[in-house]
Design a protein around this ligand. Structure first.
Ligand SMILES: [Zn+2]
Length: 931
């Protein structure tokens, strides 16, 4: 990274007075600047040269003016560093009590934007069609400065560590709307020309990256905001190239949320006006320039029909409130370096969701799928690797890589984790206390005067709260990579039941070489009486002993960590609360999803996880839990059945059968469900319930009553009436039909669907939204589930079908059923072999011919090669336990053939996964799952 001019210069700008002459017909603009300078170190200094950032600017004249003496400056450029160097013939002695100005005249570039790919940076111009006149000579000229483009608008110290004030004057066409960060002071016609001169007010102290202006043919809609913090109403406008009426919802949202945010921060909106400008193109989608928020127009110009969709409305509100929050955090308070962009962005989103949820526009956001699964869940998964960096390390690395766009600096993972950290901090501090401490930050002028670091805010809050916890907590999560797993155990000690918690870093990659520093974990403990524990808020050491039993921790999944419950008593207690219906659905989902992480991972799976899973699911299947009254548990049941499915898959792939284990759950649960005999009626089952039903049909595929049900459903799929079977259960119905086929004649009806589903697609639908299904999706299911049968003739036919259709992508998935039944004996064949041996024979016989056919260069050779690689992978997996068989095959086969398919690499992957699975199996044998 280059040296910082704010440090190396003897003087730096304190105020920019800019005059820009924007003629839209020219490719350049004229600028003149009068830049007030101040000494970098508040002491007298001597100046001979001065460096400013400058990109694509040509300086026409430059002079330094001190005590009315004008010193001409020589100008040289360092293009690679994007700086201009001003040099004075003589040394100028300068003391802070005097005034010093840099006067510049220059020319800059107006970038023409024609497509979405063009860089909307610096000053850029877009022509667009006027929808009313149909003429395409309308235009808008706008700016974008973040991260380092202010330097192509005016010479400056373009670094976020330096805050200055700005005053802008623009000369341009009279017909244009002219907007900038602050309100207009005056607007006057220039002589008899078609030009006008607009003078804007002085800005508050701000960084260069949020400077901006827009001029152009724009429509405008205006309103006002009443503030409890000012006697004056604040003007609020939204500008758009066209269809301004479709921005009404956006304007209403801004008007609604400014007072809410003023109250949240207990501080008036930092500017005396606010404008939103919609632009035809904007690469970063939205930019929070101080007082002048620019947004790519299709995000906010929405017709009433589109806005009828609740999700769309919530997205618009989230976008707008996020940008509004930046006016306080990011603009009024700003950060020293783009290294802290993650905090700025995480804060804006956390705060926006916070106020939107409290106002009722984003109900239950913090326990929603969008937050817990899509955002936090994804971040937690990617954080489970030993190679992930801490937020601090990742953001420093991004800053070092000389970023040219904001997106180079933006790290989605740190951003999502940052939101979770803020959420955790706010809850563990107490939301009201946290907000009050935050409000104090905005009362402290000194934090506004200079750019700061996030930790300065956190220290300030810690002082207000008189607790170091909050700053330790924040630093711990910024500096430490990954996330923890907390193991919880109930122990008996001196006739009392106590709780012991132990934390470690959670890693799924099997690596053992990683740092395992204790995290600061917000516990969110729920006690057996369902109240929240107020005594133990944070866990900061490796272990924590609590003097009494707890029900669960990480209540409502609000903490960024996994929990492993390692005493039977936990599962018993939870069952009791399932009976009462007073356990939250999110808590049960969290317990099951954590189990999903451990089951199948040799480093984490313990017998208690398998018995715990079985206990909970059996209890949910029993008469003790009224699933009609507590329908909320279907959502969690789905996660539980996914975990159960993992046990089935793992056992089948190793030639063991967890038959009793699986059926102890599946059989009673199937009985508990009211299965429709005919058509599925709309609204009778939730989508979660349907998912559960589908999983149960699949896992219960050998039960006679399930076969009977599925034959009935299959007839409906084939013969209607329309929309009689929901898409959610179709794949399982196919699996059951395939499984129960006794001969090829019975199976043929399913097989035909693998070729085409065009005629039957009307009979299947998404139950509750009544949307038709695409026939490709049905065909895909038919291929996947075509061979769960153990009938020798059907197996042969399936294999022939695969061999004849290698060019169909995804054809290899027809082997799915065979992998489930790999170790079983086929029916109707005299030979005493296993199904996998039939597959092996088929694979070996055809292999050479197949490879030759995909070497030929024709339209289908790529698809064939991909299918063939995947087939090899599946077949190798069936023989993972018998290495010598595959090894021998690889030895006698031509290397060139194997290379084409990367067959040896696949075999290595199969072997290493298998050895892990084997370890796991040995461990789980202790718990009697496999029998
Ligand atoms: Zn933002």
């Amino acid at each position: 990274m280059s040296e910082l001019l704010a440090i190396t210069n003897a003087v730096v700008p304190s105020h920019y007075e800019l005059h820009l002459d924007i003629n839209p017909l020219k490719t350049n603009f004229r600028g003149s600047a009068r830049i007030s300078l101040k000494p970098t170190n508040l002491a007298a200094c001597s100046i001979q040269d001065l460096k400013l950032h400058s990109k694509n600017l040509v300086i026409l004249s430059a002079s330094l003016c001190e005590s009315k003496v004008e010193h001409p400056l020589d100008v040289t450029y360092d293009k690679s560093e994007e700086v201009v160097i001003f040099n004075c013939q003589e040394q100028i002695l300068f003391s802070p009590d005097r005034k010093l100005f840099l006067h510049l005249d220059y020319v800059g570039r107006i970038n023409a934007i024609k497509t979405y790919q063009d860089e909307t940076a610096g000053v850029f111009k877009t022509n667009f069609m006027d929808p009313k006149t149909g003429k395409s000579n309308n235009m808008v000229i706008a700016t974008h400065c973040q991260p380092y483009f202010a330097r192509s608008i005016f010479p400056c110290v373009d670094e976020p560590s330096l805050k200055t004030t700005f005053q802008l004057t623009i000369k341009t066409l009279s017909r244009f709307k002219v907007i900038s960060n602050t309100s207009k002071v005056s607007s006057s016609k220039v002589g008899n020309s078609d030009q006008k001169l607009t003078v804007f007010g002085i800005t508050p102290l701000m960084v260069t990256s949020i400077f901006g202006f827009v001029v152009g043919d724009l429509e405008m809609s205006r309103t006002e905001v009443h503030s409890n913090y000012s006697p004056n109403k604040m003007p609020l406008s939204i500008y758009s190239p066209s269809n301004i009426e479709n921005a009404a919802f956006a304007l209403d949202t801004v008007q609604k949320y400014i007072p809410i945010l003023e109250e949240f921060f207990d501080k008036k909106c930092p500017l005396d006006k606010l404008d939103f400008v919609l632009l035809p193109f904007l690469k970063d989608m939205a930019m929070e320039n101080f007082g002048l928020i620019t947004v790519q127009m299709n995000h906010l110009l929405l017709t009433p029909t589109v806005l009828a969709n609740n999700d769309v409305r919530q997205q618009v509100q989230q976008l707008i409130v996020h940008e509004l929050v930046h006016q306080w955090m990011g603009n009024y308070l700003s950060f020293q370096s783009f290294e802290y962009l993650w905090f700025n962005e995480s804060f804006a989103t956390w705060c926006a969701c916070e106020v939107l949820e409290k106002s009722g526009d984003l109900p239950n956001y913090w326990t929603s799928k969008a937050y817990l699964v899509d955002q936090t869940g994804t971040a937690m998964s990617s954080d489970s690797d030993s190679h992930t960096l801490s937020i601090a390390a990742a953001s420093l690395k991004a800053t070092m890589n000389s970023p040219s766009q904001t997106k180079d600096l933006f790290d989605a993972h740190s951003y999502a984790k940052g939101i979770a950290i803020l959420r955790g901090m706010s809850l563990s501090t107490g939301e009201e206390f946290f907000k009050k401490a935050l409000q104090k930050v905005f009362k402290d002028e000194s934090l506004h005067k200079n750019s700061i670091k996030p930790i300065n805010i956190i220290y300030h809050m810690a002082n207000t709260l008189k607790s170091q916890n909050i700053s330790n907590h924040f630093s711990s999560w910024c500096r430490t990579a990954g996330l923890p797993i907390v193991s919880v155990e109930l122990i008996e000690e001196s006739n009392k039941t106590k709780t012991k918690l132990v934390q470690h870093r959670y890693i799924t990659s099997g690596d053992t070489d990683y740092e395992d520093v204790p995290y600061s974990i917000p516990l969110f403990i729920q006690l057996p009486n369902t109240e929240l524990d107020t005594k133990h808020i944070l866990m900061t050491d490796r272990t924590l002993k609590i003097d009494y039993p707890i029900l669960l921790c990480n209540h409502e999944s609000q903490g960024y960590y996994h929990v492993s419950y390692e005493s039977d008593e936990f599962y018993k207690q939870i069952n009791q609360h399932l009976t009462n219906g007073d356990l939250s659905e999110i808590d049960l989902v969290k317990i099951f999803t954590d189990l999903q992480y451990y089951i199948g991972d040799s480093a984490y799976q313990k017998p208690i996880h398998l018995s715990g899973l079985q206990n909970l699911l059996q209890h949910l299947s029993s008469d003790e839990v009224d699933l009609k009254r507590h329908a909320k548990y279907w959502l969690a049941m789905r996660s539980g059945l996914i975990a159960l499915g993992k046990v089935e898959q793992l056992s089948a792939a190793n030639g063991n059968f967890a038959h009793d284990y699986i059926y102890s759950v599946v059989t009673p649960l199937i009985k508990k469900i009211n299965w429709p005999v005919g058509k599925f009626e709309e609204g009778t089952y939730s989508s979660y319930q349907l998912d559960c039903m589908s999983k149960l049909l699949f896992m219960g595929r050998e039960l006679p009553n399930i076969c009977e049900l599925c034959h009935n459903y299959f007839n409906h799929i084939l013969q209607g009436p329309p929309s009689s079977v929901p898409i959610e259960i179709v794949e399982s119905v196919f699996a059951v039909i395939s499984q129960s086929a006794k001969n090829t004649k019975q199976w043929k009806r399913l097989f035909e669907l693998a070729n085409s589903c065009e005629g039957i697609k009307e009979n299947v639908s998404f139950l509750n939204i009544n949307t038709p299904v695409h026939s490709d999706a049905l065909q895909f299911y038919a291929i996947n589930y075509m061979c769960f049968s153990k009938n020798f003739g059907i197996i042969k036919k399936t294999l022939e079908f695969i061999a004849a259709n290698l060019e169909i992508s995804g054809i290899d998935s027809a082997l799915l059923g065979l992998t489930y039944n790999a170790y079983q004996k086929p029916k109707g064949d005299q030979s005493d072999c296993q199904i996998r041996e039939i597959v092996w024979e088929w694979f070996r016989t055809h292999f050479d011919v197949w490879v030759r056919s995909c070497v030929r260069k024709d339209a289908s050779s790529d698809n064939k090669r991909t299918s063939l690689s995947s087939i090899a992978f599946h077949v190798f997996k069936m023989f993972a336990a018998d290495e010598e068989i595959v090894d021998e095959f690889l030895e006698i086969t031509q290397d060139s053939f194997l290379d084409i398919l990367s067959a040896k690499d696949y075999w290595e992957i199969v072997k290493s996964t298998h050895s892990e699975d084997k370890q796991l199996l040995e461990k789980t044998m202790k718990y009697d799952v496999f029998n």
